[in-house]
Write a protein that binds this ligand. Sequence first.
Ligand SMILES: [Zn+2]
Length: 402
Amino acid sequence: MKRLDFFYKAIFMVLLQFSALSYFPKDYEHAREQFLKGAERISKSYPKIIYTNKFSVIGDEGEELFSDFIFLDCRKFAQKSQPLLLLTSGVHGPESFVGSAAQIWFLKNESEKRCKQGVSQVIIHALNPYGFKYMRRFNKNNIDLNRNFPTTSGIYQQVNSAYKNLEDILNPKNEISSLPLRSVCVVTKLAKSLLKGQSPEDIRQASVGGQYDFPEGIYYGGAGPEPVVVWLESILPNILNSHTSVLHYDFHTGLGKKGVLHMMVGAGLTSFGKRMIKKVLKPLSNENFELTTPDEPGFYKIQGDIIDYISLLKKDGKILSLTAEYGTVGLGIFSQLKTLTRLINENQGHHFGYSSDRVKRTVKERLKDVFHPPKSTWLRKVREKNTFILTQLLDGFLSELN
Ligand SMILES: [Zn+2]
């Protein structure tokens, strides 16, 4: 009998694992195929109110890679207010899996129902398709898109002098070979900076806050808006401003407590956004998510980010734009150094080459692991929380608006 119990338990665990894994796309191609399938289904139901668009970049093998855009205009079903839900994914390549899965799930399970409730939807899939396919946080031009949006004037002329002091540690300029040795070197050098009196917070803010001086360096924000940003600006303002209110989730992974969903607000939070946080987010924040601000320990401030930029596009300020950030490695200094080191390794390999295909594969896999851990408990938690914010949290917003 006991043996039979064990057998059923094992089968159950395998099924659980399989269902957690099957929620997520395997890679960029699979994600796009699933996304387009969902979009096609919706367009068959609503051929007259769906608008699609796409933006492309060229991959390393000459292939076209796409960011896909769907607008489902459901205003004719609206009762009182005409809300818009905006979902964006894949600003950072290795973080694309979670946002893509959320969008595919929403298209399949919620989109039609929400449209009948009068909730219009804009769903933008894989904003950095090159990074998704080739496992790069940054895009093909080495730009960190979440530092590239023109949120303030003169953003591309800014100088991050603390980054300058760390530049040779953050951006080694030779071919990458022996991996453990490379990682030890980077960590040792960063530790030396700590001993020189720089606090871990200073080093983190300097490294990851964004820089506009070193085009081959990590966290480079560019010299002007990237073509994908210009593309968004040509489509989004009209749609945002023709709805009475907007709720925006931009999906990320990496930062924060392991397995915890941090719903984060940006510096451009409007008074409408503040009211929504007080009335809807705070009462609903529980084991499903934590409400987090960038100045909390372990987090950091950025500029040029998508949520602040999208907030600026809605002229009457009736928008709440949030980063849905799933923690992967935790807030400890060693966990954060691990993530930073892997980003440094990948960037070094991208610009200065790898000694072998094996080293390249390992670097890419290690980077993916810190942003999309292959652990079934983490994957299950993400799936549950994604579902919560796309159903119950969305209901909370809608009842507050009506
Ligand atoms: Zn991110």
